[in-house]
Design a protein around this ligand. Structure first.
Ligand code: IPE
Ligand code: IPE
Ligand code: MG
Length: 246
């Protein structure tokens, strides 16, 4: 079946967020070290980014490294950071050819200098692209994001620039790392785990969650279309009754 033709382009999510999980288990299944899984995960990143851009999705956010991931064995962390540098350098041309802008969210300054540099270069070299924004969540944690926003707002209150009574959802959203980006309508997590692992908590308050058993290295365009088609068959009620939606 041609899954792509079943995607309703008039009901496309503007923003899709993905928790790319299962690289390690995929590698283990193939009798290979975990890093082999991460390397093969890059192919899935490419496929997903291409599929999203081709459809007309405006924002794609990929959870690439959580703040908690620093607790992994040092060798794995180092390998992931080097893979990031390598991938960023290799993919910039493709991003430009496809008119895709790169952005990043997370506590980026705490990344190793080489990774940070490659990231900033990628962001700078693609800043004028307009077809889609690819957001990498790196050293990201939703609780960090929320705390940072709280600190920023507290600073404004302290400086007398705003009254505490005027803190509302709009101001809070605008103070998060995702400011200017609409909340994701759809969140996908691969590998069969049904948890959020400290990803985008505020922003996904009303997102549709889609869990698939596929390990990330095997995720491809069809798997992505499947998730979108599933999303499009749901009724988003936002607290109302089905009848009210008419
Ligand atoms: C996702 O795959 C990649 C990162 C978190 C960096 P994992 O490395 O978590 O793979 P599993 O979950 O151990 O299989
Ligand atoms: C979540 O995956 C983080 C990323 C995908 C980057 P993990 O594999 O780190 O999550 P847990 O440990 O299973 O919750
Ligand atoms: Mg995992």
């Amino acid at each position: 079946m041609d899954l792509k033709s079943h995607v309703d382009l008039n009901k496309l999510p503007k923003h899709i967020a993905v928790i790319m999980d299962g690289n390690g288990r995929w590698a283990k299944e193939h009798g290979k070290p975990r890093v082999f899984g991460h390397r093969n995960g890059v192919t899935a990143v490419r496929e997903t980014t291409e599929a999203a851009a081709e459809l007309g999705v405006e924002y794609l956010t990929l959870y690439a490294f959580s703040t908690e991931n620093w607790n992994r064995p040092r060798l794995e962390v180092n390998a992931l950071m080097s893979l990031l540098v390598e991938t960023l350098r290799n993919e910039i041309n493709t991003l430009n050819e496809n008119n895709i802008r790169l952005q990043a969210i997370g506590d980026l300054e705490k990344l190793p200098p080489k990774t940070h540099k490659a990231l900033l270069e990628g962001i700078q070299n693609t800043q004028h692209n307009q077809r889609m924004t690819l957001v990498l969540a790196l050293n990201y944690s939703a609780k960090w994001d929320i705390l940072e926003a709280t600190r920023k707002i507290s600073g404004l209150v302290k400086a007398g620039q705003i009254d505490a009574e005027h803190i509302n959802e709009e101001l809070f959203s605008a103070s998060l790392s995702t400011h200017g980006i609409p909340d994701p309508e759809l969140l996908i997590r691969t590998s069969g785990e049904s948890r959020l692992s400290n990803f985008l908590l505020w922003q996904i308050a009303y997102s549709e969650l889609y869990f698939t058993d596929i390990f990330w290295p095997e995720f491809n365009k069809d798997a992505f279309y499947r998730a979108i088609i599933d999303f499009q068959n749901r009724e988003r009620r936002f607290g109302k009754t089905s009848e009210q939606l008419g």
